[in-house]
Unconditional design. Structure first.
Length: 335
């Protein structure tokens, strides 16, 4: 990966986004999507109601030509888009549930999944709260680099702006995916898959009548959306399939945790939970863990012991490598 190429491409990408943002009087995120869509049309600029102006069109045509000449690889393209999304979160003051999953976490998920699944000819993956698609694309690029022949991707989100970002980003990385604009708590129209993964949104689900048949619904008041999505994800897995979720570190400390555990134990094997490095998060309150579940059936069995622990700080390379070796040993023992 060429950092100089990425830096040059990002500067051009950001410049074009800001030109559109100012001329269209739009958010940075909307201008980002439009910039990506224009580039996907080989720099052909969409004009609506006389906007952007002729002056801006000429500037954009020059910037787009420079950008396309850089000829980025899919992973380099993902990095450029990621930097733009980081900037969007600052400029547009995006709420935490709508921010993208950091690269370091995506790579840890990719590493775990690759080791757990072993050699595979093909795999179907669903992100049940796909957001900007950064977790899905990080994982896909990693799997393709490591010789998984065919990865079929599905993503669901109820936010049309985030889904537009995901669609644009994946196309620019030459990644094919089936994206669906729907409430993931409703009956999903995606097929059953080998893996469901997601950086789950955290909070309360507001429509109580939609969750009456969920085992994870609250006894009174609104239910936790991350509990509901874990239950929905298990239903969407093929027998023996895996669920890997980014969840709050205190997931099992709430009063509603009992019903979540009951649902997991009825339908899946609780295979592990790993605390992510504290230095990846702004505070302990925002710290997250990786939850590993495996749907019952097709030879799946309960791991012994359950994988528990916490990743050391990434900058502590020796401790981090030692912990990854322990995870490898656990995976080999429980295959």
């Amino acid at each position: 990966m060429n950092l100089e190429k990425i830096s040059s491409a990002y500067n051009l990408f950001d410049k074009s986004i800001n030109l559109l943002k100012e001329d269209l009087d739009s958010s940075y995120m909307d201008a980002l999507v439009e910039t990506g869509d224009n580039l996907l049309e080989n720099g052909k600029i969409m004009v609506e109601d006389g906007k952007p102006t002729e002056k801006v069109i000429k500037e954009l045509e020059h910037i787009y030509a420079e950008f396309l000449d850089i000829n980025l690889s899919p992973e380099e393209m993902r990095q450029v888009i990621q930097f733009a999304l980081v900037n969007a979160s600052k400029v547009d003051k995006i709420q935490p549930n709508h921010q993208m999953t950091p690269d370091s976490i995506g790579l840890l998920v990719a590493y775990l999944l690759e080791r757990i699944l072993g050699p595979k000819e093909e795999i179907k993956i669903l992100d049940i709260a796909v957001g900007t698609g950064n977790l899905l694309s990080t994982l896909t690029n990693h799997l393709k680099q490591n010789k998984v022949k065919e990865v079929e991707l599905f993503g669901v989100d109820n936010d049309d702006t985030l889904l537009a970002v995901a669609g644009m980003s994946l196309k620019m990385q030459q990644i094919e995916a089936h994206l669906y604009h729907q409430d993931a708590i409703d009956n999903l129209i995606t097929p059953k898959v080998d893996v469901v993964l997601s950086d789950l949104p955290v909070g309360y689900y507001p429509i109580d009548e939609r969750v009456v048949n969920f085992g994870t619904k609250a006894k009174s008041g609104h239910s936790f959306v991350h509990h509901l999505l874990i239950e929905q994800s298990i239903l969407q897995l093929l027998p023996g399939g895996w669920g890997i979720f980014l969840v709050p570190k205190n997931l099992f400390e709430s009063a509603e945790a009992k019903s979540l555990l009951e649902v997991i134990q009825q339908q899946a094997h609780f295979q592990g939970i790993l605390n992510l490095p504290n230095d990846l998060f702004a505070s302990q309150d925002s710290a997250k863990s990786l939850l590993l579940l495996q749907k019952r059936g097709n030879g799946a069995k309960q791991a012994n012991p359950v994988l528990l622990g916490g990743f050391p700080a990434i900058k502590d390379k020796e401790a981090f490598a030692k912990f990854l070796q322990q995870v490898d040993n656990w995976i080999n023992k429980n295959k």
